[in-house]
Design a protein around this ligand. Structure first.
Ligand code: DP6
Length: 368
């Protein structure tokens, strides 16, 4: 049964007054992009990502039972939580969490019974232009699942992580790919029998050794606020003239990438991944309103990568998010050469010379 209903819990067995958990959840980088969604955070097409290792959010969740008697009508009608970012109260993050709680309350009926203190921090700078919504929502969802597991200790690990991904998706679509490693598929696809629009699943087959510890150096070209929020961005696909063809292409690219991840064909990998990145930006350039999210330095980087690859035949490629930053992807066995190339020829295009070194990771970890 792959419907939302399986995530509505039966009555809880335990009565718990307070407690504290902490989880770290990583960011992820999509290879086949999620761009366009239907109601309730259902993706318009399936996507696949590498889970990262170093870029992560660490969230601590303390909870304590609220006093029902202080409420007027005996039924507590609001959520109660504090939100701290790096130890300081952060009022402007609260509406997003409030909305998240509203969306997931039916799946976590205990939410209004507790006061929560959420203390969150990222391992990457907040102003780096790296979205923390994926790692942040995944870390929060995992903490909330730890609370639910206390209330219902019989819960299986499989259900725990599947529901964490399901809840994270309701906070931010790509967050459902930030629970597990190393490669995660989200969205129904006919060649992945367990795939679902409701949560991410681990890539089911053996991944070729060429992708072991695959490197991702994130070049920070523009660290400013996002020019297009993801909500606005996904909406652009609704009346988009190329939408249907794009969604079909994502299915086809995921099929091809499935084979490539198994057979290790890096030339094919590069072709699919770079084409996906450019298609994402092409969708933004051809929607109404239209946007160009690359900066001149983004293009400089892409051209320099192509030149280097042509000259050296080293299989380094790029992918992009909905912004100007560039993720440089390359195998571990050429790490030293490529990193030297990045320092010599690409870092000059980064804002203040900033970049982040990352690689494929194993998924979220419970700290407490
Ligand atoms: C370009 O997951 O941030 O990074 O569901 O509205 O929170 P919401 O969107 P979000 O979109 C990510 C889009 C992307 C591609 C991807 O990660 O697949």
């Amino acid at each position: 049964m792959n419907t939302e209903n399986k995530f509505i819990p039966n009555d809880y067995i335990q009565n718990i007054t307070d407690g504290k958990f902490s989880w770290s959840a990583p960011s992820n980088i999509a290879l086949v992009k999620y761009w366009g969604k239907k109601n309730n955070q259902i993706p318009a097409n399936p996507s696949v990502s590498f889970t990262l290792k170093n870029c992560k959010t660490i969230t601590e969740l303390a909870f304590s039972k609220r006093d029902q008697s202080t409420s007027n009508d005996n039924a507590i009608s609001n959520f109660s939580f504090d939100l701290l970012f790096e130890g300081k109260l952060k009022e402007d993050f609260k509406p997003k969490i409030e909305k998240f709680f509203e969306r997931i309350e039916i799946y976590l009926p205990f939410l209004k019974e507790y006061h929560f203190s959420i203390n969150t921090q990222n391992t990457f700078p907040h102003s780096s232009g790296i979205a923390s919504s994926a790692s942040g929502m995944a870390a929060l969802a995992l903490n909330l699942m730890s609370v639910e597991k206390l209330l219902n200790p019989a819960m299986s690990d499989n259900y725990f992580f599947q529901k964490a991904s399901f809840l994270a998706r309701l906070g931010s679509g790509s967050a459902c790919r930030s629970v597990k490693g190393k490669v995660v598929v989200w969205g129904n696809h006919q060649e992945f029998s367990d795939s679902s629009d409701l949560f991410g699943v681990e890539f089911p087959n053996t991944i070729h050794i060429n992708f072991k510890n695959y490197q991702d150096t994130i070049l920070l070209v523009d660290k400013g606020e996002k020019q297009v929020s993801s909500t606005v961005g996904h909406d652009l696909m609704h009346e988009h003239p190329f939408a249907e063809k794009r969604f079909l292409q994502a299915h086809a690219n995921l099929s091809k990438l499935k084979t490539v991840l198994e057979n290790g064909d890096l030339q094919q990998f590069i072709e699919i991944v770079e084409s996906e990145a450019l298609t994402l930006h092409a969708m933004m350039m051809t929607s109404l309103p239209y946007f160009i999210l690359m900066k001149p330095n983004t293009l400089q980087i892409l051209n320099t990568i192509w030149k280097y690859r042509n000259e050296t035949k080293i299989p380094v490629c790029f992918t992009l998010d909905a912004g100007a930053n560039v993720h440089v992807l390359y195998p571990e066995n050429v790490k030293d050469q490529v990193f030297q190339f990045i320092k010599d020829e690409l870092v000059c295009f980064c804002q203040n010379g900033h970049y982040i070194c990352d690689e494929i990771g194993d998924g979220a970890l419970q700290i407490l």
